[in-house]
Design a protein. Structure first.
Length: 116
C-alpha cells in the first residue's frame, strides 16, 4: 500500500508519527489535499508531501518525515515512558537514600550487582 493510500485512509484525529534527526513526535491527522497531508501539533498545522511523507517548506538538508502511526511506534512510546518513569524513581531514591532501611538498601545493591 502506498503512503498516499495510507494517509487517505486516515480519519481526523488519528495519530501520525513524525520523525526527524532530532527525535520524534506524534501529531494528529487533520486532512489530505491533492498533494499534501495536513497534521496538527499543539494547535499548529504542518504539511507533508502525500506521496513521500517529507515535510513541505524545508531545505534539502532538513529531513522530517511523516508515517501512519503503527504498533511499532506505540512500543517506542511505551518504552520511552517506562524509561522516564524509572529514571524519575531512581532520582527519587538517590535523593532519599538516607531514609531507606537496611532491607531496601540490600535490595538495591542486589539489583546493582546483578547488572555489573
Amino acid at each position: 500500500m502506498t503512503k498516499r493510500k495510507q494517509f487517505e485512509a486516515l480519519k481526523e484525529g488519528d495519530k501520525v508519527w513524525v520523525e526527524s534527526r532530532h527525535g520524534w513526535t506524534v501529531e494528529r491527522f487533520k486532512r489530505t489535499t491533492k498533494t499534501m497531508l495536513v497534521t496538527t501539533f499543539k494547535g499548529v498545522e504542518y504539511r507533508y508531501d502525500i506521496d513521500t511523507g517529507h515535510k513541505k517548506g524545508t531545505d534539502r538538508w532538513t529531513f522530517i518525515t511523516a508515517e501512519v502511526f503503527t504498533e511499532k511506534h506505540q512500543e517506542i512510546i511505551d518504552k520511552y515512558k517506562l524509561n522516564r518513569s524509572v529514571k524519575a524513581s531512581l532520582e527519587n531514591l538517590l535523593s532519599n537514600y538516607k531514609s531507606l532501611d537496611k532491607e531496601d538498601l540490600e535490595v538495591i545493591l542486589s539489583i546493582v550487582d546483578k547488572h555489573k
